[in-house]
Write a protein that binds this ligand. Structure first.
Ligand SMILES: O=c1ccn([C@@H]2O[C@H](COP(=O)(O)O)[C@@H](O)[C@H]2O)c(=O)[nH]1
Length: 307
């Protein structure tokens, strides 16, 4: 049960946070960009290579501070196959450094197509009776608003591989309420989504009591996080929106259970782009990212004690 593995790592490091790897080429320090463009040309290949070098440097700097990383697929897809190759390499490198990898892919489609996505991201493709893995993430994010048949193929793959998923429930963006906060009978739409998600994964609880289907609950809606924590006792939370989107440690505290378990808080730009605030030229990007990750950990630890 993969949330057990993640929770064990969080406890060992006393750090319930995940560093996002959402690298745009503008976030990569000049010296890394220049070297990659000289070797591979100014274009998709050069940019993808620069981003991989940046990611590898961040992973080296962060792997003994944070338990997990969350590469966001969009920032690799925008560079075509060259970007996706670097995403696969980034995942492999992060795993080799002991990090738990959450691939933020937000997929959701009819069952047959969802099964193909699940092979790509979790279980591997079956070719002539053999299993070939590609992205091989530990966990993925899903958009389950198409219904349980869009989630189930991922749960099947996750069960076979001892992995897990996070399903969007209450997202951090300003427009999330347009649909998710609509009243549906005696519940709100996001509560319906959360209940459905907990129900379809019932029976997969691990040693910490959490099923293999976690939920995304944005840091920017703290009262909803608090209500969801009470409502979804068996659902592990991924909480994005800390830092760059305005979420604070005080806002995310209620995502955790009474043992300080059951949630992990993401920051992407706040860690990756920390070097842009030091006044340096980017050569200090590793130190800056590490300091930002440590500051985030200590900020949250003021409110959350992990048993
Ligand atoms: O509701 C959601 C779901 C996912 N995200 C993702 O998290 C990171 C946030 O990045 P920051 O730079 O820390 O703001 C990004 O990958 C989003 O796609 C989210 O923000 N909200």
């Amino acid at each position: 049960m993969s949330f057990d593995v993640l929770q064990d790592k969080i406890r060992a490091m006393k750090n319930p946070t995940v560093a996002g790897l959402d690298a745009r080429i503008e976030y990569v320090p000049e010296h890394i960009r220049r070297a990659a463009f000289e070797e591979h040309g100014v274009g998709l290949k050069g940019a993808a290579e620069a981003i991989y070098q940046f990611n590898a440097g961040l992973i080296d700097a962060l792997c003994d501070v944070v338990p997990a990383v969350k590469p966001q697929s969009a920032y690799y897809e925008n560079l075509g196959w060259q970007g996706m190759e670097m995403l696969e390499r980034t995942i492999r490198y992060a795993k080799s450094k002991g990090l738990f990898v959450i691939a933020d892919i937000k997929r959701g489609d009819i069952g047959s197509t969802a099964a193909a996505y699940a092979e790509g991201w979790l279980s591997g493709a079956s070719i002539e009776g053999q299993q070939f893995k590609s992205f091989d993430a530990d966990c993925v994010t899903l958009n389950g608003y198409m219904g349980s048949d869009s989630i189930n193929p991922f749960l099947k793959a996750a069960k076979e591989e001892d992995k897990c998923v996070f399903v969007l429930v209450k997202t951090s963006n300003p427009g999330s309420g347009e649909l998710q906060d609509i009243v549906a009978g005696d519940r709100l739409v996001y509560q319906v989504m959360g209940d459905l998600n907990e129900r379809i994964a019932a029976g997969t609880e691990g040693k910490y009591g959490y099923t293999m289907a976690g939920a995304v609950t944005g840091a920017t809606y703290p009262s909803d996080i608090r209500a969801l924590r009470k409502r979804l006792e068996h659902t592990f939370f991924l909480v994005p929106g800390y830092g760059a989107q305005g979420g604070t440690a005080d806002d995310v505290r209620y995502a955790f259970d009474k043992y300080g378990h059951g949630a992990i808080v993401n920051s992407s730009r706040g860690i990756m782009c920390a070097w842009q605030k030091t006044g340096g030229d980017g050569h200090d990007f590793q130190e800056a990212a590490r300091n930002a990750a440590i500051a985030m950990r200590d900020d949250i630890k003021q409110f959350v004690t992990i048993v």
